[in-house]
Design a protein around this ligand. Structure first.
Ligand code: CP
Ligand code: NVA
Length: 310
């Protein structure tokens, strides 16, 4: 178990490449144990509280089931039912929860919310998606690529679509673990410059490359992994029409993936909007690993829980 006890898990940028590889190794070991029907209850007596400001299927179920498989318990707290909804501060909420539970997983609109909770909490806080980052997702993605491609270093990833929370996390993940990431997005939908600069500086130490452009074919040419996500993320519903227009040339379809490496894999964090960012032909096709990817949320997050709570 990597020595991460007591740490928060808010962004991949807080971790070294060795720490991230340690978590992936632990996830793979936990997955093997689970497949073999082995595994004790290393988190017996521990409680994880979860707060969701937005809907979730994968994150909610995989954290709950994962914690149970490790012998722990889960409390699902709706923000509307907490005194947060009546003005109690995030910091005071974090201080109180720290006296009852052992870790807190939060899905929030604003990344500042998880940072504020983490600053006041005396227990680990885990980011279950914010406007900026989705680190648990990308850990599961990296585990999936390692399973299908046998390695991470040097793998060519094309990310086609919106520079959203998943894309921002991918910039850091690729930079830290030595992958080559090409992101293609419509003009005006580029990544945050500071996150791109951070990725570029992390990449200097690992041999990774990160490039941002506007041509999906250039991004996909020769790629080992073709990745996309929804055009309109949660919280951006008001922009849906504009986005549908701007992103139309960025659909991942049979024509686009024809430019990828012959043994490319298709990835999507899900939920997918079939017929928008990806066709059903690609999503359900022989190169798609999206269900493995969803399953790996469970294994990656069990590793995170175990490492932070060990
Ligand atoms: N990929 C992901 O985080 O899915 P949910 O929104 O269902 O949790
Ligand atoms: N980018 C998407 C991911 C959902 C898991 C969103 O934030 O809505």
């Amino acid at each position: 178990v990597p020595a991460l006890a007591g740490r928060d898990f808010l962004t991949l940028g807080d971790f070294t490449p060795d720490e991230l590889v340690g978590l992936l190794d632990l996830a793979a070991a936990l997955k093997q144990d689970w497949q073999a029907g082995r595994g004790g209850e290393p988190l017996y007596g521990k409680t994880l509280a979860m707060i969701f400001e937005k809907p979730s299927t994968r994150t909610r179920v995989s954290f709950e089931v994962g914690m149970q498989q490790l012998g722990g318990r889960v409390l699902n707290l709706s923000p509307r039912e907490l005194q947060l909804s009546r003005g109690e501060t995030l910091a005071d909420t974090a201080r109180v929860l720290s006296r009852y539970v052992d870790a807190l997983m939060v899905r929030a609109y604003s990344h500042a919310t998880v940072e504020e909770l983490a600053a006041a909490a005396t227990i680990p806080v885990i980011n279950g998606l914010t406007d900026l980052y989705h680190p648990c997702q990308v850990m599961a993605d990296l585990l999936t690529i390692r399973e299908h491609k046998g390695r991470l270093r040097g793998i060519r990833v094309a990310y086609v679509g919106d520079s959203n929370n998943v894309a921002h996390t991918w910039l850091l993940g690729a930079a830290l673990l030595g992958l080559h990431l090409r992101l293609a997005c419509p003009p005006g939908y580029e990544p945050h410059p500071e996150i791109l600069a951070l990725a570029a500086s992390l990449a200097r130490g690992t041999g990774a490359t990160v490039e941002v452009g506007h041509d999906p074919v250039t991004a996909v040419r020769g790629a080992d992994v073709v990745y996309t996500d929804v055009w309109t993320s949660m919280g951006q519903e008001g922009e849906e029409e504009d986005r549908r227009r701007a992103f139309a040339p960025y659909q991942v379809n049979a024509q686009l993936v024809a430019h990828a490496a012959p043994d490319y894999i298709f990835m999507h964090c899900l939920p997918a909007h079939r017929g928008e960012e990806v066709t059903s032909g690609v999503l359900d096709g022989p190169h798609s690993v999206v269900w493995d990817q969803a399953e790996n949320r469970l294994h990656a997050q069990k590793a995170i829980l175990l490492a932070l709570l060990a």
